[in-house]
Design a binder for this molecule. Structure first.
Ligand code: KIV
Ligand code: ZN
Length: 497
């Protein structure tokens, strides 16, 4: 009883997610990954729905997977015959049992429903196939009738009885009570299938297990009709680490499986999604980053490696020296104390402007700060402005202090970067006669608010060449920073000689 069966319905209920439709090749790829993951049953489709669905189902049955492959059918002989023709080793047959669905979706009386359920289960068992029976909308079904139909399915030979919370209206307490109650009527293993309409699918599934269910229906990333099904990753980790239950799932493959399903469905995982969301193992605040670098358990419920992930320390306005240092060291960058101070200052400045500082942004800032240790700054930028537009000639004005004296210049150019660099050169020409020989721009994260890293080479009239960097969230500012850094390097070199 401590081992809970995981019945995965990503390829069936998951495919009922609005906007999702798998090709047979995609279904096979996901089934193979679910098999590696270690789920017990893969509900591979609803074969009577289309010929493509039958082809995909057959391919999965013939793929030599360890998991039980299950077909969904209505309690109709025609549906069951198609599933049998596809060599289904397991058939999950369902019929509505709530008053509202029997009356308005089926147009059948309870006695007709009971009869169809019994005949279908018997027919499936006569063919020597594993049979799982679902009284659809069980949680809104009149209790007396639910007990009767579950008992009838058991007597007809059902191997498992699944209790669907079809429209997700159960509470965890209600689900636990319901399963306990049904267990007084049937001995057949019980399963739960919970929808997430109130965000309770995972809680209800775990409560079903607490009540005595030995199987849970889940879908990767919580895909499924409307708000989806219980998420495989959350149910499995909750079972293992909160409820002390075992499953056959190799949790280290959870993240890779989630990524694969997200890629093939095009459904992006919300960043704050438990277990598989981008932020699930990311730490930003200084207190947390310091804590996890000293002892991960301070701010993590379990190690990210358990689900095939890695911890991320995120730079931002709440970040601390400790976390940023650890993140940089992981990337092979070892700033001095004063460099680290400047990196943290710049990161917080960006954070205060409301910007998310990505890993790439942090590295760009760090490379600039570490690479531009200019002991003495001969040239210092004190003010700067640009204007540009469709009918405006790009113009830049700069104010620079050289050896304590202030200079102002304005220039036009083909664009704001060109204008700014020319304005700087106009002032520094007499001092260094600097020429820009190479200019490279890297917008690191692809977003319009990415930190731009500008890498330049400048040469003076004596043929001295230096390279310099600038990293700012504004391309013109990054270019100006790189140019000022380059001029300072050249002038310092000259003075030393
Ligand atoms: O949600 C549901 O009731 C179902 C059934 C087919 C089991 O998906
Ligand atoms: Zn469902």
């Amino acid at each position: 009883m401590d081992r809970i069966r995981i019945f995965d319905t990503t390829l069936r209920d998951g495919e009922q997610t609005p906007g999702i439709s798998f090709t047979p090749e995609q279904k096979l790829e996901i089934a193979q990954q679910l098999d590696r993951l270690g789920v017990d049953t893969i509900e591979a489709g609803f074969p009577s729905a289309s010929s493509g669905e039958q082809q995909a189902f057959r391919e999965i049955v013939n793929a030599g997977l360890k998991a039980e492959i299950c077909a969904l059918t209505r309690t109709l002989k025609s549906d069951i015959d198609i599933a049998l023709k596809c060599d289904a080793p397991c058939i999950h047959t369902f019929i509505s049992t709530s008053e509202v669905q029997m009356k308005h979706a089926l147009g059948m009386t309870p006695e007709e429903v009971l009869d169809a359920a019994v005949q279908s289960v018997e027919y499936i068992k006569d063919h020597g196939v594993v049979c799982e029976f679902s009284p659809m909308d069980a949680t809104r079904t009149e209790m007396g009738f639910l007990k009767r139909i579950c008992k009838a399915a058991e007597d007809a030979g059902a191997d498992r009885i699944n209790i669907p919370d079809t429209v997700g209206i159960m509470s965890p307490q209600g689900m636990e009570r319901l399963i306990r109650e049904l267990k007084t009527i049937v001995e057949t293993p019980l399963s739960v299938h919970c929808h997430n309409d109130f965000g309770l699918a995972v809680a209800n599934s775990l409560a079903g297990v607490a009540g005595g269910a030995s199987q849970v229906h889940v879908a990767v990333n919580g895909l499924g009709e409307r708000a989806g099904n219980a998420a495989l990753e959350e149910v499995v980790m909750g079972l293992h680490l909160i409820y002390g239950k075992k499953t056959r799932v190799n949790t280290r493959l959870i993240y890779a499986t989630s990524k694969l399903v997200s890629r093939l469905t095009g459904v992006i995982i919300q960043p704050n999604k438990a277990i598989v969301g981008e932020n699930a193992f990311s730490h930003e605040s200084g207190i947390h980053t310091r804590g996890v670098t000293v002892e991960p358990l301070t701010f993590e419920p379990f190690s990210p490696e358990v689900v095939g992930r890695r911890r991320r320390l995120q730079a931002g306005k709440l970040a601390g020296r400790h976390g940023i240092k650890a993140e940089l060291e992981e990337a092979g960058l070892y700033p001095t104390e004063s460099q680290l101070k400047e990196i943290v200052r710049r990161v917080k400045e960006l954070g205060d402007k409301g910007k998310t500082v990505t890993d790439a942004d942090l590295l760009a800032i760090a490379r600039t700060v570490i690479g531009e240790v200019i002991e003495e700054r001969i040239v210092e930028l004190t003010d700067f402005a640009v204007t540009t537009g469709i009918r405006v000639i790009p113009t830049a004005s700069v104010k620079i202090i050289i050896d304590g004296k202030e200079y102002i210049a304005a220039e036009t150019g083909v664009g704001p970067v060109d204008a700014a660099i020319k304005a700087i050169q106009k002032i520094t020409d007499g001092l260094a006669n600097v020429r820009l020989t190479e200019y490279r721009l890297e917008a690191l994260t692809g977003g319009s608010d990415a930190v731009a890293e500008v890498i330049i080479k400048v040469e003076d009239n004596e043929g001295n060449v230096v390279s310099a960097r600038g990293a700012r969230e504004d391309i013109v500012m990054a270019s100006v920073e790189a140019m000022i850094n380059g001029i300072n390097k050249l002038l310092l070199r000259k003075r030393k000689r």
